[in-house]
Design a protein around this ligand. Structure first.
Ligand SMILES: N[C@@H](CCC(=O)N[C@@H](CS)C(=O)NCC(=O)O)C(=O)O
Length: 220
């Protein structure tokens, strides 16, 4: 889908950058729903003027922010649930109450533990910082190693014999985990750890085969 490349005033607008885990989650949800949208670039780590202008859309200074007509929204959890409910296309949330609770639990695990530790504690510390000539914070990496192990054990248990995290259909739980794990897998140590988990490996193969995953890869 290349709809984001040309500005269409009636399309939903997504503000952010393709390197962002959270922007990618929303883009994957939009892709899975078949919703054309405009991606408007905001590099939140760039000059302060960009960030300052963005504060009107997101007072906490994060990406993504989303607009559909005159409806403005921020926070990925709210945006993805809105996208799922406001547009046609395959449902991205289970109808069954318990499966939906499980999906929300996995999203919370992703937000609370996987993003800060696997993306920031492992990927940023071990890959990004050395690239910038900075030294990794070994205390932070050590903590992240422990959380990585717990995360993989927990996700293996939750996936069990299912095709996707919450059953036989792709849900927001899968879309949350994918961009985070994609960054963590750039860390050789995490890659080795991940290889010990065969069922998660099978899930990852299915995940990386999705067009929504392939078409939203960050620009190198
Ligand atoms: N709770 C927010 C988190 C979004 C978030 O942390 N985005 C990152 C990029 S992946 C960001 O904007 N970071 C900028 C910063 O922390 O200064 C959401 O769910 O949308």
């Amino acid at each position: 889908m290349n709809a984001e490349r040309t500005m269409h005033s009636d399309h939903p607008r997504l503000y952010g950058a393709d390197y962002s885990v959270y922007v990618r989650i929303v883009r994957m949800a939009l892709f899975e729903k078949g919703v054309a949208y405009d991606l408007l670039p905001v590099d939140i780590f760039a000059a302060t003027s960009t960030r300052d202008a963005h504060l009107a859309r997101h007072p906490f200074g994060k990406i993504p922010a989303f607009e559909h007509g005159d409806f403005h929204l921020y926070e990925t959890g709210a945006i993805t649930r809105y996208v799922d409910e406001a547009f046609d296309g395959p449902p991205l949330q289970p109808a069954d109450v318990k499966s939906r609770a499980r999906m929300n639990q996995i999203i919370s695990i992703a937000d609370g533990y996987i993003y800060p530790h696997l993306v920031w504690g492992l990927y940023v510390e071990c890959i990004e910082k050395p690239k910038r000539g900075e030294v990794a914070d070994e205390g932070r990496v050590e903590k992240a190693r422990g959380i990585a192990r717990i995360s993989l054990d927990v996700l293996t248990g939750l996936l069990a014999e299912q095709r996707w995290m919450c059953g036989d259909r792709l849900t927001l739980a899968d879309l949350y985990l994918a961009p985070m794990i994609d960054y963590a897998l750039e860390v050789p140590e995490f890659c080795e750890m991940f290889a010990e988990y065969r069922k998660l490996g099978d899930w990852w193969q299915r995940m990386t085969a999705l067009d929504s995953f392939r078409e939203t890869q960050p620009t190198p």
